[in-house]
Write a protein that binds this ligand. Structure first.
Ligand code: ADP
Ligand code: AMP
Length: 224
């Protein structure tokens, strides 16, 4: 495959808007890996790496991890073999500096292909985040009301224990939303000016969001 045939899809949206849920659903259909910076940090934290321990204090506070380490982590991740056809990026970039850095990383591959913007009201974000539960073992995402597991507290896929992320508690959610509007929202204009931003109504049920997302990607030649 020619280097500039790679497809890089950047999901933008507030925490809890459903980016990870959709990425998990469509990644196989697109044949692209799901690269989520929040997951990468949590993986590092679980394994007590230096990066994980550094990230922890920012994550606990709902603040962004410093750009330098985040950008380096993403650059390394995107050079891995499974990104040879591109990637679905979720949670990166999260500010203008990261958006510029991503352009530099992807310059040899034709840059960002499309940037779907997950639009949801703040009240919905709070409701979704407060009910989110994650599997400790495989990372699958549930919601106590909107996507409950068959047995409370147990992952349908691997039987692992479900837990609530520390940063999904109400005090931290407020800060994360504030950080989104202040630091991340400016990247909406950045991609809009390039003609690659697409609005997705993420208030709909999961299946309807998937349908709209796939229709958008198809229009842009990213899916059959
Ligand atoms: P993000 O990756 O944007 O932070 P998630 O994909 O983790 O968001 O979704 C946040 C929570 O909302 C999860 O508990 C998930 O099960 C739930 N969720 C995701 N999409 C929808 C939807 N369209 N309708 C209702 N609940 C949803
Ligand atoms: P998420 O799983 O996307 O909700 O991210 C959880 C936390 O990880 C965030 O609140 C930040 O502390 C950190 N994080 C994730 N992605 C980034 C990023 N691109 N830049 C800085 N910090 C990030």
């Amino acid at each position: 495959m020619a280097a500039n045939d790679r497809k890089f899809i950047v999901f933008i949206g507030p925490p809890g808007s459903g980016k990870g849920t959709q990425a998990q659903i469509i990644k196989e259909r697109l044949g692209l890996p799901h690269v989520a910076t929040g997951d990468l940090f949590r993986y590092n934290l679980k394994n007590q790496t230096e990066l994980g321990l550094l990230a922890k204090k920012y994550m606990d506070a709902g603040e962004l991890v410093p750009d330098e380490v985040t950008i380096r982590m993403v650059a390394e991740r995107l050079m891995r073999e499974d990104c040879a056809r591109g990637a679905l990026l979720d949670g990166f970039p999260r500010n203008l500096k990261q958006a510029v850095a991503l352009d530099e990383i992807l310059a040899p591959y034709g840059g960002v292909t499309v940037a779907p913007l997950f639009e949801v009201d703040d009240e919905v974000v709070v409701e979704r985040i407060s009910g989110r539960r994650i599997c400790r073992k495989c990372g699958a995402v549930y919601h106590v009301k909107f996507n409950p597991p068959k047995h409370e507290g147990v992952c349908d896929i691997c039987g692992g224990e479900l837990y609530q992320r520390d940063d999904d508690r109400p005090e931290t959610v407020k800060t994360r939303l504030f950080v989104y509007y202040k630091q991340t929202a400016p990247i909406i204009g950045y991609y809009f000016c390039r003609g690659i931003l697409v609005d997705i109504n993420a208030m709909q049920p999961v299946e309807d969001v998937t349908r709209d997302l796939m229709a958008t990607l198809k229009k842009r030649g990213l899916s059959d």
